[in-house]
Design a protein. Structure first.
Length: 574
């Protein structure tokens, strides 16, 4: 019997590593090598030149970065914004241009002007003709695009993920105490059923892109492994949280199908975020220097994790609003309130995450490096003040790089984390076989070291690569997203997760100060898991590959069009 367990453990250890590598390689190959073809929603004619309109929001000007470029000195660098609504209505806005915008001879007001197919647009003496396309022509154009998931079959990748989870389950069943074996088995089987249910739901609605979900389930499986190692009595709770997280992911994706609905939610979401943080500041008690937990009806949660999602809702914006000064000032004030609240709570790791997200949104809104540098300078001064006012923060900076000089006090956790990560080697000791799980916060703040010890450095690196792949995917998708709202939201969500990853991994290894933040999806914590799944909806909303995202309506189902433009035929498209 002992030999059977030994062979099962050995086979599972190496199978988990091989499957991890295969899953990551296939997802990266699918996400980063497939063609990202632009959608065409209308055409703008300048003389005989036909310029395709490839987004719902398009900048017009002479800058190299705009969507519709007119290389003429009379044009402003960013002159106007051409915007399409969910219902197919087009409007044009003058964004403080020096030459003005006219439609059919009428000057455009600050609130924009509606335009129809065949209308003439005058931009500082540069005349354009706008031509919308109807549903039939759009379907012809969409038929020429490549469907997602053809190069790397998502079904096969999901099969590899299932094998990975089965072997990981076997490892834990071999090492767990008898009373927990059944719970571990049922939890992993429940996770497998959940991911296949999600996959078949996507196939039912004719969606073929499943890379984001696959990587999220891969990380969630590692989170299930961490729970089985450190708190096996909470396996059903971990499964339930994952189910709720996936449900919130699907619900958020449905919400993003309407740009108008998403944009309108910005103000209510900002107010809700401020209220949550306000309640947190006033009512919570300090735990290890931070007051970032609230308890309601015997259940505790971290409001800051949900505020992350609300912050993205409020910070992302459509192009017609990006250049309004009152919008920018409101966002700066909202960001300042969030960071100050985090400072008062004492959660400076999350405050740093919010600040980096603020920089990402600020740059994507303004494109100004000077604005970012000014914000960094202000944050530097605030950081010096925080270190002065909060002694325990100063202690963390003081021990940074010197943890081995005080291994029994201030450097206790990090020295143990580094020793455990090194002892696991490339292949690990086996799931649940390490000793780091007995150290405080090993399954949250030091989870990278915990996974390295149990499953090996190869799996731990795959865990990091999964988040990096999602980040590169979001950045690449943002260039082709239908709306700036989706692009900013996706990039901000992944910037938050990247900062979390960096602080968790480098903090536990003493490369950065130890701030005590979670690793996305993997660290124990229901609030963190739910917020991570909701952030994946932002990433999906920016993916406009053909039939890739359930958060994006297909052209055939989007808008109301009449076949009334006789002058716009198939030859014009070709």
């Amino acid at each position: 019997m002992d030999m059977l367990i030994f062979y099962a453990m050995t086979t599972s250890r190496y199978a988990v590593i091989v499957m991890s590598v295969l899953i990551i390689v296939r997802c990266i190959r699918s996400m980063l090598s497939e063609r990202y073809e632009a959608e065409v929603w209308a055409y703008v004619y300048r003389g005989d030149e036909a310029i395709p309109v490839c987004h719902w929001e398009n900048l017009i000007g002479r800058s190299l970065s705009v969507d519709i470029r007119i290389d003429n000195r009379s044009m402003s660098r960013v002159h106007a914004v051409l915007v399409r609504s969910d219902t197919g209505e087009w409007r044009i806005f003058d964004i403080f241009s020096k030459g003005g915008v006219w439609v059919n001879g009428m000057k455009v007001s600050p609130y924009g002007a509606q335009i129809h197919s065949g209308d003439s647009i005058n931009l500082a003496g540069n005349f354009l003709r706008f031509l919308d396309i109807n549903r039939y022509h759009r379907s012809l154009l969409d038929a020429q695009r490549t469907e997602a998931g053809l190069r790397v079959e998502p079904f096969i990748t999901l099969m590899y993920l299932t094998v990975f989870e089965v072997f990981l389950m076997i490892e834990h069943m071999c090492t767990a105490e008898g009373q927990f074996v059944k719970a571990i088995c049922l939890a992993f089987l429940g996770l497998i059923c959940l991911q296949w249910l999600c996959y078949h739901l996507m196939r039912f609605i004719n969606r073929s892109g499943f890379e984001v979900e696959t990587l999220a389930f891969y990380l969630s499986a590692l989170g299930m492994s961490v729970a089985a190692t450190s708190t096996p009595e909470d396996m059903f709770k971990q499964l339930l949280l994952t189910i709720v997280g996936v449900a919130l992911f699907l619900l958020s994706g449905w919400w993003f199908r309407s740009l108008k609905r998403s944009s309108a939610a910005r103000t209510p979401m900002a107010i809700l975020a401020i209220l949550l943080l306000g309640v947190n500041v006033v009512t919570s008690d300090a735990v290890f220097g931070a007051r970032n937990w609230l308890e309601i009806g015997g259940y505790s949660f971290q409001p800051s994790e949900f505020v992350k999602v609300l912050y993205i809702f409020a910070g992302a914006s459509t192009l017609d609003r990006l250049y309004r000064r009152n919008e920018l000032y409101s966002f700066i004030g909202f960001s300042a309130l969030c960071v100050v609240a985090m400072a008062l709570i004492g959660d400076f790791g999350t405050a740093l995450i919010f600040f980096v997200s603020f920089l990402v949104i600020s740059f994507m809104r303004s494109g100004s490096i000077a604005t970012v540098l000014l914000a960094v300078s202000g944050a530097g001064l605030a950081g010096v003040l925080a270190v002065t006012v909060k002694p325990y923060i100063a202690q963390r900076f003081a021990i940074w790089g010197h943890v081995w000089e005080d291994i029994y006090d201030k450097g206790y956790q990090q020295t143990r984390a580094m020793s455990a990560a090194a002892s696991g080697g490339l292949f690990g000791k086996g799931a649940g076989e390490g000793w780091l799980k007995d150290i405080f916060a090993a399954n949250t703040d030091m989870v990278f070291a915990l996974v390295s010890e149990d499953l090996g450095m190869i799996v731990a690196v795959c865990m990091v690569l999964a988040v990096l792949a999602l980040a590169f995917f979001a950045m690449r998708s943002a260039r082709h997203a239908r709306s700036a709202y989706y692009a900013i939201a996706a990039c901000t969500a992944m910037s938050m997760l990247l900062v979390q990853l960096s602080l968790n991994v480098f903090g536990s290894l003493d490369i950065l100060p130890f701030t005590g933040v979670t690793f996305p999806f993997v660290s124990r914590g229901g609030s963190s898991l739910l917020s991570c799944w909701m952030m994946m909806a932002f990433v999906k909303s920016a993916d406009n590959r053909k039939n890739a995202s359930f958060a994006v309506k297909t052209p055939e189902r989007t808008g109301i069009y009449e076949d009334e433009f006789d002058e716009f035929d198939e030859e014009d498209i070709e």
